[in-house]
Design a protein around this ligand. Structure first.
Ligand SMILES: C[S@@+](CC[C@H](N)C(=O)[O-])C[C@H]1O[C@@H](n2cnc3c(N)ncnc32)[C@H](O)[C@@H]1O
Length: 242
């Protein structure tokens, strides 16, 4: 089983693939105050929850969702159909770095997907190419809330702290106009959903695939409970192009 399919299974009970609650997703999008007819671009859209909610909040808006995982995009397609949003959401199975557009966007979303561009700086540069003058970016990124153990730092890479993350996000001509730091309850809900859904799936699917899913779940849970719980932070920043 490939990792994209495992990830799709793990996210079935928490389609927002980030430690953010539905209520806080809503709050962040409302703060964007999108205009009628808004154009939204969601890079690394996963199952499309951010775009879908933006479309529900502004019924004349349209969105493009881009993701490299066909499993995630299929899930986004199904959700869009179930919510009556298919005609306003265009989905693209491709690498975010390969995506191009002819018209600018009012809002560029990249939540938990900055690795698609190689980091936060590169993501903000990419967003700058897509957004209209004075438009917005909504970017979610990890940061070290407390100093990590060396093996955890090595596994996740060189995140700065919260202040450093804001500085990096703004450095290429952006200004933070709102932000949300995920709390421990949001993290726990995300991680219990991820690990629990995979555990249940492995029990329901005995055999090599089930064993692989269980091994991935155990490794992930070990790193979470004995490593990054309460150490790794996650911030969602709403930034305006200046
Ligand atoms: C942590 S998930 C976040 C998904 C979504 N933004 C959300 O918050 O629900 C990261 C997503 O990035 C996608 N991804 C990873 N590398 C990518 C790339 N090079 N281009 C496009 N998407 C990519 C993954 O398939 C995954 O769906």
């Amino acid at each position: 089983m490939d990792r994209q399919l495992l990830s799709a299974i793990a996210h079935r009970d928490h389609p927002i693939a980030a430690p953010v609650s539905a209520a806080n997703l809503d709050r962040l999008l409302r703060r964007a105050a999108l205009p009628e007819g808004a154009r939204v671009l969601d890079l690394g859209c996963g199952e499309g929850e951010w775009s879908l909610r933006a479309l529900e909040l502004v019924p004349s808006s349209v969105a493009d969702g881009v993701d490299i995982s066909p499993h995630a995009v299929s899930a986004a397609e199904r959700s869009a159909a179930a919510r009556g949003l298919s005609d306003r959401l265009s989905l693209h199975v491709t690498s975010a770095a390969e995506f191009s557009a002819t018209e600018p966007y009012d809002l560029v979303i990249c939540l938990g997907s900055t690795h698609a561009f190689g980091g936060l700086t590169e993501t903000m540069d990419a967003a700058a190419k897509f957004v209209r003058p004075g438009g917005l970016a909504l970017v979610g990124e990890g940061f070290w809330d407390r100093p990590p153990a060396p093996e955890i730092a090595e596994a996740f890479g060189a995140y700065p702290d919260l202040a450093g993350t804001v500085t990096t996000a703004e450095s290429g001509g952006w200004l933070t106009v709102y932000g949300h730091v995920s709390d421990l309850a949001e993290w726990d809900e995300y991680e219990w959903s991820w690990t629990g859904t995979l555990a249940r799936w492995s029990a329901d699917n005995p055999g090599p695939d089930g064993e692989q899913a269980l091994a991935v779940m155990r490794e992930h849970r070990e790193m979470w409970l004995n490593g990054y719980r309460g150490v790794l932070g996650f911030v969602s920043l709403l930034l305006r192009r200046v």
